[in-house]
Design a binder for this molecule. Sequence first.
Ligand code: KMH
Ligand code: ZN
Length: 309
Amino acid sequence: MNKTIISCAITGAIHTPTMSDALPVHPEQIAEQAIDAARAGATILHLHARHPDTGAPSVDPEHFMAFLPRIKAETDAIINISTGGSIMMSIDERLAPADTMSPEMCSMNMGSLNFSIHPLADRYDTYKFDWEEKYIRSTEASIFRNTFADIKLVAKTMGAEKHGVKFEHECYDVGHLYNLAHCMKQRMFEQPIFLQFVMGILGGISADIDNLEFMKKTADKLFGDNYQWSVIGAGGAQMKMATAAAAMGGHVRVGLEDSLFIERGQLATSNAQQVIKIKGLLEAQGNTVASPDEARAMLGLKGIDKVNY
Ligand code: KMH
Ligand code: ZN
């Protein structure tokens, strides 16, 4: 049985500073939480940046460079840079950090969808920063755009010809697996591909075990056995979906990007706390966590010596 890769998504662009004091926003906080998550057992660190003064999502390469060299110096974790940025940004803006830093991995969103957090706005009476409420409410009318042309651009910019980056193919619904199968026919990506089933986002497939089995069966039908897969259960579904995925032979993603909680109604104190919890759950059910070098071999990564940070 394959070892289990734990990805940890440290800060993302979904949650805002008001929602949790634990959400890292300053470069030092992002670096510290990423390093602690890696020491706790995270194999891959999925990273976004934030504006240091406001905590707003940022794709400024300088904001990434304020934490990436430190993470590289203090861990051997695989760095996966987001090309999702935030849903308000253009694809060119979203590509800038990965194109500049040439990491071992980057995300690749496999289709357009409504991607909404607007119901969260009514939970808060006051906000730490002016931008937050407007940002959260505006998602009611937003589309996370990832057309076939956008996918082709990310593939061309980050793929074999230029950076040789391996993609985390974020699939928010069954149709996104078919989008990927279409792209595979065009020879856009090299095997083994790494699928991330994103479950529980408002606008995508919901996070339950029937849907997980359906995603997995569909992936088997489309990609045979030459792929690796992982699951994000957004929000309260995080640990349940991760343990189910690992029991089925998949990998897992945790982190404050996708869930602020450690258990129902209780905010997590850090990313590392979630990593420690999932590692314990996985080991209790007989899974062994993959080291970064084991994951590099499983996913066919170019290596830490070929990044640009
Ligand atoms: N937060 C995930 C649901 C990306 O960075 O490209 C989606 C994500 C997208 O991680
Ligand atoms: Zn992300």
